[in-house]
Design a protein around this ligand. Structure first.
Ligand SMILES: NC(=O)c1ccc[n+]([C@@H]2O[C@H](COP(=O)([O-])OP(=O)(O)OC[C@H]3O[C@@H](n4cnc5c(N)ncnc54)[C@H](OP(=O)(O)O)[C@@H]3O)[C@@H](O)[C@H]2O)c1
Length: 344
């Protein structure tokens, strides 16, 4: 064993004021890791006491102190299109990743685990299906391009010997999520609050792909230790692929509604009015309200199906594959947090 392998693993987790990293920190602590968390904002109130916290902007601050003594980096900080311009996405994905890699590489680093995204594959050019990790990516939107730019920084250091691992998850949902499926859940609650008995969904079914945050966290812990993971990328998707009609059934069921295939639902103005009413009644406006209703279910992707052979060949198994039960738990979590009204 080398000296570095005998030290206690010391994890730096970036992006801990965000959704996924906030769930990763307690999982690492429960698994016996020493953790230093970071984000741009002050220490989150609900961050585990056992975690150190150092605020830093990865683009502009000196990262030497942040990376001091770190053996494992879990790099989850990044910017997505829901809240950022293209310039912000490039800066906070590509530049931030390059600076962090260089700072971490100066210490006793044993593994750099980078959170990328399947958006790097793009939606326009048909790739061989199921999409494998060794295909040439073809990002078609700004977010995917920024995530691919960040990956390039990782692979450049990996070629020079840095022990890097890349995860490429699809849309992630679960407790703490504020976008994507969360917004569709909010849309359903809004129409239920408006008294609609049915949740309308577009007639043409669209295949979805989703991943519960618990499975992504489990994959992070697994790949941080798996000896064969170094130098490789891994798609992370639960392999279920419900249609938009299936998703609508599950959402409607959580709110005691039926599904209406081919209907339109409320217009944006009415949805905004009901949303504001719910906030005035005490609902926390934590979940992102999107002008487009059920926006998640309107996107088509010719490269929807992904291979998970690489991840499963390392011994990893997905556990949150009962989609209806997982969404029902998620809705209960939102109700308990008052991110959704509690009374229906
Ligand atoms: N959520 C998904 O469905 C999904 C799917 C595929 C891949 N991913 C990837 O997974 C990662 C985590 O996603 P998430 O949904 O948890 O994101 P999130 O909730 O938007 O959180 C992003 C985090 O990154 C931090 N950040 C951004 N720019 C930074 C900078 N310059 N310096 C320091 N911190 C910075 C943010 O800090 P502030 O709080 O200060 O803004 C926040 O803590 C991202 O890399 C994302 O691309 C997410």
């Amino acid at each position: 064993m080398t000296d570095s392998q005998t030290t206690t693993p010391f994890a730096l987790v970036t992006g801990t004021t965000g959704f996924i990293a906030a769930r990763l920190v307690p999982a690492l602590i429960d698994d016996g890791w020493r953790v230093r968390a970071t984000g741009r904002r002050p220490r989150p109130d609900d961050l585990a006491d056992a975690a150190e916290y150092q605020p830093a902007d990865l683009v502009s601050d000196d990262l030497g102190g942040l990376c001091a003594g770190i053996t494992h980096v879990f790099h989850l900080a990044g910017a997505s299109s829901s809240k950022s311009t293209q310039e912000e996405m490039d800066r906070n994905n590509v530049d931030a990743t390059a600076r962090l890699l260089d700072a971490a590489g100066r210490g006793p680093l044993e593994r750099f685990l980078h959170m990328s995204s399947t958006s790097i594959y793009g939606e326009e050019k048909q790739l061989p299906i199921p999409v494998r990790e060794d295909v040439e990516p073809n990002a078609s939107r700004g977010y995917g391009k920024a995530k691919w730019g960040a990956e390039q920084e990782v692979w450049a250091r990996s070629r020079r010997g840095m022990p890097a691992v890349v995860l490429r998850p699809v849309t992630v949902y679960g407790p703490g999520a504020t976008k994507l499926l969360a917004s569709a859940i909010l849309d359903t609650a809004i129409e239920r609050a408006a008294g609609l008995p049915r949740l309308a969904v577009a007639a043409e079914p669209m295949e979805q792909r989703l991943l519960h945050v618990d499975d992504l966290i489990a994959a992070c812990l697994h790949l941080a230790r798996s000896p064969e993971a170094v130098g490789r990328a891994f798609n992370v998707v639960d392999g279920i692929y419900p249609s938009s009609h299936d998703v609508a059934e599950v959402l409607a069921d959580c709110f005691g509604m039926d599904v209406e295939v081919g209907g339109e639902g409320l217009d944006e103005d009415r949805r905004r009015t009901v949303h504001q009413h719910l906030v005035d009644q005490g609902m926390e406006p934590a979940i992102l309200f999107t002008p487009d209703r059920l926006r998640l279910m309107t996107k088509t992707n010719r490269n929807n199906r992904l291979s998970t052979e690489a991840l499963e060949s390392t011994g990893f198994r997905f556990t949150r594959t009962d989609f209806a039960a997982a969404v029902a738990d998620n809705v209960d979590w939102y109700r308990a947090k008052k991110w959704l009204p509690a009374d229906f």
